[in-house]
Design a protein around this ligand. Sequence first.
Ligand code: ATP
Ligand code: MG
Length: 393
Amino acid sequence: MFRNILVRYDEIALKKRNRGWFEDILLNNIRSSIGALGTAKKFRGRMEIELSDESALDEVIGRLKFIPGISGFSPAVRLPLDAEWDEIVAHAVELAKTAADEGLRVLKVICSRPNKAYPGNSIDIQKRLAGAVLSTLDGVFTVSMKDYNFGLEIEIDSNGIYLFSKRYCGIRGLPVGCSGEYLSLLSGGIDSPVASYLTMCRGAKVNYLSFYSPPYTGEETMRKLEDLARQLKKFQGVSTKLFIAPFVDIQLLIRARCFEGYRTILFRRMMFRIAERIAVERGYSALITGEALSQVASQTIENLTCINDAVKTMPVIRPLITSDKNDTIAIAERIGTFPISIRNAPDSCTAFLPKSPIIKGKLERVLAEEKKLEPEIGDLLDSAIKKLKIIDI
Ligand code: ATP
Ligand code: MG
C-alpha cells in the first residue's frame, strides 16, 4: 500500500542559517543507509523516501530507526497537490479498512497544512474527510477526539498530499558527520559503547580504539570489540575503523617500576597519549570515554584530573560523566550493545588491577611515577603506534 515514507526531523529544523547544510548531511546518510531500496529527497521541513518496491518497506523502516537526526517517520500514500477529492477519499478509505481489520475502530482525522497555498483550512478538511470515511464505511467507526485508536493523518506539504496513520519514532539528535570525526576509547564494558552512541547522536562520526594485552586478553576479547564496533556502526551508517593497540609491554613496565596504587591512573594516561597521537595523525578532533564520576576508583574527580592531564590538544568527551548506571544499562539494552558487553572476556586492565588503588591521586606524584618509566616508555609508545592493527568495520 505504501510507496513513500515521510521523514521528520526536529533539532535540525531549529537551525537557522546553515539548516540546509544539516539537511543535506541527513539526506546523504539516509541515502547511504537505504541504498538501492529507494530514493530520498528533501523539501521544505521534511524528507521523503520513495521505495523502489513496496516490499522494501519493512527493511527501510528498520534502517530509518537507526539514523541519528531523524525524529520520526511515517509510511505514507503521496498524492499530487492537484489530486481530486474523490481520489484522496479513496486512499483514506483504504487506510481505514486496514485499520478496521486490525481492530482499530475509533477514528480521528488530523490535518496539517504547512502548504498554505492549498485551498481550504485544516479543520474543514478534517471534517470533510472524516465524514467521507464514515459514510463510505457505514457503521465501522466511531469518532473520538481524545480516545481514538486510529489517527488518520493528512499532511499537505509543498511536495504533495500525504496520507498516513502510523508514526514511528526515530532516535533524534543530529546527523552523523555534522560534528566532525572522533576517536572513542572502547573497552569491552557497558559504558564506552553507550558513550560512543550518544556522541554519534550529536553528529560525530566515531572511530574506535581498544587496547589488547596478550596473553592476558585473547581471541574472545577481540571478537567482542569487533562485535561492539559493528553494532555501533548501524547508527553511523558510514564505515568506521577499529584500532587495536598492543598495550602489555607498557603495562609490564608500569607494574615493574611504579607504585601499585597509581597503576590504573598511569595505564589510562598512556592510553590517552596513544589515543591522542592517533587522533592527531588522522585529523580526528576529540576523544570519547565512558567515564562516569566516582563510578570506580579511577573516576574520582582527583583521578580524572590526573588522567585528563595527559591529553594536551583536544577535548575528551565524557557523555556519561553524570549518568546513573541503570540509565546507561537501559540505553545499552536499547541499542543492542548490552548482550555483547556482558560477554565474559578479560579487558586489558583486568589482569593488572591493583589491590588498593589510590582514590585521590595527586598530579605531582603521577608525574614522579612516570619519570620512573624513562627512557623506555618513549619507545614503547612509538612501538604501540607502529604495531597498531586497523580493522575496517
Ligand atoms: P566501560 O564500561 O566503558 O569499560 P568502566 O566503567 O568499566 O567503563 P573503566 O574500566 O575505568 O570504566 O574505563 C573508563 C574508560 O576508559 C572506558 O569507558 C573506556 O572509554 C576507557 N577504557 C578502559 N579500558 C579500555 C581498554 N582496554 N581499551 C580502550 N579503552 C578503555
Ligand atoms: Mg571497564
